[in-house]
Ligand binder design. Sequence first.
Ligand code: CO
Length: 175
Amino acid sequence: MKIITYPNPILRTTAESVTDFDGNLKKLVISMAEAMAAHQGIGLAANQVGAPGRVIIVEIHRQRVQARARRSGTDYSKLVDQKVPLTAFINPEIVHYSRKTVVATEGCLSLPGLEVDVERSLAVKVRARNLKGKKIMVAAKGLFARVLQHEVDHLNGVLIIDHGRPKKVKPDNEL
Ligand code: CO
């Protein structure tokens, strides 16, 4: 599954609510996870692979975060203690944003070779459904909260370049 890159207009579309929690949804999530892993990503939204539904996945572990840090020269050492197993959030809604915000450097698999300093809430609460359609509620902090905010932005057609001025970094294929 290929990851769509800017300026493809699909990245600017608003994703639609998922109503069918079936095998196709599970297949989509598996394909997304493979595409994300191939690029050492820690989050991915369905419209980044051309799928219309409100689906995001998150997977955070040390190796992925360090690969990204090496690429950009950013110090993510304070963040690499977080570990989030591969999780799908269907129809995610951020129901609470902490008043406290943090500025940190973000990349995006749809914007290879660019990074942007983005101010986001330190913590969020997200209501969503899992692959079986069961309601879930997650309280996230730090990098996990940042990834959730980044991916929900994608579902609303929002990209990191809308948050600030991009700086050039080495794209994946120059590692
Ligand atoms: Co992104």
